[in-house]
Design a protein around this ligand. Structure first.
Ligand code: PLP
Length: 319
């Protein structure tokens, strides 16, 4: 039975790559957008990859012992990946999440056996729009619980294993799937793990590959713009308006700003035109690629990830 797997985490990765030709036709741009269907991972997001990598590397180094509790600050997707991997490997898992994230995420983690701790948002925050301030509140809770539970902190913002998942796997798969026909890569950053891992690997393959960061128009911190509306935006899982320790600025060739309305429109068009039912950050990535094809990168091949499933947004105003 060569094709039978024995743990759910063995189903992570090796996702298909889709040429978004209907999207490029609709927007009248020349060039190609190759989208890696990361929402087809078993936890329905690309964050399954860093979740698995963080646990494997910590186990290998002896930093995570058998049956030791794992804890993480999550917008839901890394937590879902960790809940799944920890369940399969016998580690109790605690997910600390801002109340600003969609409730589907908390339900899913609970169903996978995780303990979910919801942290109320900061005073001026808006539901569904998690800010850096909200994350700082969750961080305080995570630190306290890590000590109390003698837990292993699977820190997606700080651990190298988080971005190595994309360096060792996502980028390599993209390169092989496109036979190396890659001119550009664009990514709307959250922890910055996908950008850092993929950009580093792509530059290793070919230094001329242009790597772009996409940011929310209201929170363009890498563009060094002042925050608009306290940096509020609707792209869940990303754009926290804070400096990201994992990102090496030398890898950034350019920046693209995306508004909520633009991200929503392209997300809806991905479902309608391509049959790709994905979340808002996926639409933001594709929107950034369309802008690049309309401008500086006309006629080029752009690669990106479709990050999570649209099913995680059914309670939001997206669909
Ligand atoms: C839906 C979604 N999109 C994008 C990202 C950002 O990815 P990264 O943390 O690799 O920057 C995340 C991160 O959690 C996410 O959940």
């Amino acid at each position: 039975m060569k094709k039978v797997i024995h743990h759910i985490y063995e189903a992570i990765g090796e996702t298909p790559m889709l040429n978004l030709s209907r999207i490029t036709n609709y927007y009248g741009v020349s060039g190609n957008i190759f989208a890696k269907l990361e929402y087809l991972n078993p936890g329905f997001s690309k964050k399954d990859r860093p979740a698995l990598q963080m646990i494997i590397e910590a186990e290998d180094k002896g930093e995570l012992l058998p049956e030791q509790t794992v804890i993480e600050l999550t917008s839901g997707n890394t937590g879902t990946g960790l809940a799944m991997v920890c369940q399969a490997k016998g580690h109790p898992f605690i997910a600390c999440m801002s109340e600003g994230n969609s409730p589907e995420r908390a339900k899913m983690m609970k169903s996978l056996g995780a303990k979910v701790v919801l942290v109320p948002q900061a005073k001026h925050s808006v539901e569904g729009q998690v800010s850096g301030e909200d994350l700082a509140l969750v961080e305080q809770v995570v630190r306290r619980l890590t000590k109390e539970q003698n837990a292993f902190r699977a820190d997606q913002f700080k651990l190298d294993s988080s971005y190595r998942a994309h360096l060792l796997h996502t980028a390599v798969e993209m390169w092989e799937q496109t036979d190396g026909q890659i001119d550009c890569f664009v990514d709307f950053v959250g922890s910055g793990g996908t950008f850092e891992g993929c950009a580093e690997k792509f530059k290793e393959y070919d230094e001329s590959i242009q790597c772009y960061i996409a940011e929310p128009r209201n929170a363009a911190v890498y563009g060094r713009k002042p925050l608009v509306n306290s940096g509020r935006h609707k792209v869940q899982g990303c754009g926290y308006a804070m400096d990201l320790p994992k990102i090496n600025r030398n890898l950034i060739d350019g920046l693209v700003e995306i508004s909520d309305d633009e991200a929503y429109e392209v997300t809806r068009n991905l479902a309608r035109l391509e049959g790709a039912f994905v979340g808002i950050s996926s639409g933001a990535n594709v929107c950034a690629a369309i802008k690049l094809l309309q401008g500086k990168e006309k006629g080029k091949n752009i690669v990106l990830t479709l990050n999570d499933s649209g099913l995680k947004y059914l309670s939001s105003d997206l669909f």
